[in-house]
Design a protein around this ligand. Structure first.
Ligand code: IMP
Ligand code: MG
Length: 175
């Protein structure tokens, strides 16, 4: 199975880009504390690495949103695990593995804004270069990639491949 995987981004490329993103984030947030919401499970590796490069105080929180079956988004995100803390008046940074259709992040941003945070920004490691149903712009993007189904560094296919250090792709036929 692994033989069919091609490396798209190496461990080294990911590490270097995370250092650059952290510098940008440090600059933008000044001395403010950041509530980093890591979106389970895919963004775990990214959030751990990114948060350790950020100099601000980072309060690490988790949410889980589900909308996928295999490689297809059903475009109806729902909260599987919610925040356990108030974000009122806080600067929130959503950390996501990949922006694909955009349904997950669009939904999440709207849900979080209802909780009256001071700000809500989005940092996604990957953004697919595709047409979206709505205009959606993340604040920080690690890499823009073509429309491959990608795996590794947190990204899975039916829960497999998350622990691969590189980001790989595999040509999986979409329905
Ligand atoms: P969106 O709602 O389509 O933007 O999907 C975002 C979520 O779908 C991400 O949090 C990922 O968990 C998952 N996802 C989307 N594309 C991929 C992919 O290429 N590989 C693995 N997971 C993906
Ligand atoms: Mg995810």
């Amino acid at each position: 199975m692994d033989d069919e995987l091609e490396i798209l981004l190496t461990e080294e490329q990911i590490k270097n880009r995370i250092n650059e993103l952290a510098i940008e984030i440090n600059k933008d947030y000044g001395n403010n504390d950041i509530v980093m919401i890591c979106i389970l499970k895919g963004a775990v590796y990214f959030a751990c690495d990114l948060s350790r490069k950020i100099k601000n105080n980072v309060i690490l929180e988790f949410m889980k949103i589900t909308s996928y079956n295999g490689t297809e988004s059903n475009k109806e995100p729902r909260i599987d695990y919610d925040l356990k803390t108030s974000i009122e008046g806080k600067d929130v940074l959503i950390v996501e593995d990949i922006l694909d259709t955009g349904y997950t992040l669009d939904f999440l941003k709207k849900v979080l804004k209802l909780k009256n945070p001071n700000s809500v920004k989005i940092c996604t490691l990957l953004e697919k270069n595709i047409e979206r149903d709505f205009d959606f712009k993340p604040d920080y993007v690690g890499f823009k990639i073509d429309d491959y189904f990608v795996l590794g560094y947190g990204l899975d296919y039916n829960e497999i491949y998350r622990n691969k250090p590189d980001i790989c792709y595999k040509k999986i036929k979409r329905l």
